[in-house]
Ligand binder design. Structure first.
Ligand SMILES: Cc1cc2nc3c(=O)[nH]c(=O)nc-3n(C[C@H](O)[C@H](O)[C@H](O)COP(=O)(O)OP(=O)(O)OC[C@H]3O[C@@H](n4cnc5c(N)ncnc54)[C@H](O)[C@@H]3O)c2cc1C
Ligand code: FES
Length: 260
């Protein structure tokens, strides 16, 4: 597997998904010779034109990659992602990757993929590589309209795709009940999740409740992506601080201290 390779490339496409206000877009980059990647891995990227604001590259899950293109699904949030939103085909991008750990895939095992918002990104590649749609179900919880997500990417790749639009605080309880019910059915299966930390904590705790094997992908802030700066650490189940970029971002839930 390719690991940790620096690259200079260019934008192939920048495709807004849904509304302008949602600020969610597919960013395609010209392939850089990766032989393969495993869904859950990420790359650190930054616009090729170096500026001091921001100076650091940003981490993004590899949504898909083939011999032509590397694809990211990005949400515009702050300074870095605003710059990516403005990139157009032909603009230079520099980066390094593929980086980090990845989700296990066993097409013979019933698998539940749980995405919180932009946490959908790694499951685009996961669903495409899984190899048995009958055994893969996806649930997306989102606070933006479902039309702001590239759900057509999953056509024919999953047996079931449910979305839950969380618009009020009360909806959160309904979503947690929904997660509880879904995870209870996967006690002998595999649960994979990516999204904000409170969502991952809920998934991890429910997986423990039902004895389901679960992997969680953390989205800690990162500066280097290669284990050097210690900016991304989390606490593991032994109480040690570990780098999310090199020991993760995908961890077995039982290996983490989710309450730290
Ligand atoms: C392994 C990994 C994979 C990721 N995959 C994706 C992806 O596929 N698509 C995507 O859109 N984003 C992804 N992210 C999150 C993405 O890296 C951040 O949203 C981005 O770095 C924000 O940069 P910014 O300069 O726009 O925001 P900043 O100006 O740095 O911050 C703007 C706001 O966003 C918050 N923020 C910054 N970084 C994060 C973060 N990591 N998680 C949550 N909030 C953050 C800040 O606290 C602040 O409120 C991933 C993060 C990691 C660690
Ligand atoms: S981002 Fe630098 S150690 Fe993880």
């Amino acid at each position: 597997m390719d690991r940790n390779r620096c690259f200079d490339t260019e934008v192939t496409r920048n495709e807004l998904i849904g509304s302008e206000e949602g600020g969610q877009f597919l960013l395609g980059l010209k392939a850089v010779g990766w032989k393969t990647f495993s869904p859950g891995q990420f790359a650190m990227i930054r616009p090729g034109k170096i500026t001091l604001d921001p100076v650091l590259a940003r981490p993004f899950s590899i949504a898909w990659a083939n011999e032509e293109e590397i694809l990211f699904f990005v949400q515009k949030l702050g300074r870095g992602t605003r710059q990516f939103a403005e990139l157009r085909p032909g603009d230079a991008v520099t980066g390094w990757g593929p980086l980090g750990s990845f989700f296990a895939r066993d097409p013979s095992k019933p698998t539940l993929a749980l995405a919180g918002g932009i946490g959908l990104a790694p499951f685009m590649g996961y669903a495409r590589k899984f190899g048995n749609p009958d055994n893969l179900e996806l649930l997306l919880g989102h606070t933006q309209p479902a039309t702001n997500f590239p759900l057509d990417f999953f056509d024919g790749l999953v047996s079931k795709l449910d979305t839950f639009y969380q618009q009020t605080r009360e909806d959160l309880n309904t979503f947690i009940e929904m997660l509880d019910e879904r995870i209870s059915r996967y006690a002998d299966g595999h649960v994979v999740a990516c999204g904000p930390m409170p969502f991952l904590k809920t998934v991890g705790n429910l997986a423990t409740k039902y004895g389901a094997k679960a992997q969680l992908s953390l989205e800690n802030k990162m500066a280097c992506g290669i284990g050097a700066c210690m900016g991304c650490v989390t606490t593991n189940a032994k109480g040690d601080h570990v780098q999310v970029c090199t020991r993760g971002p995908v961890f077995w839930a039982t290996d983490l201290d989710l309450e730290a």
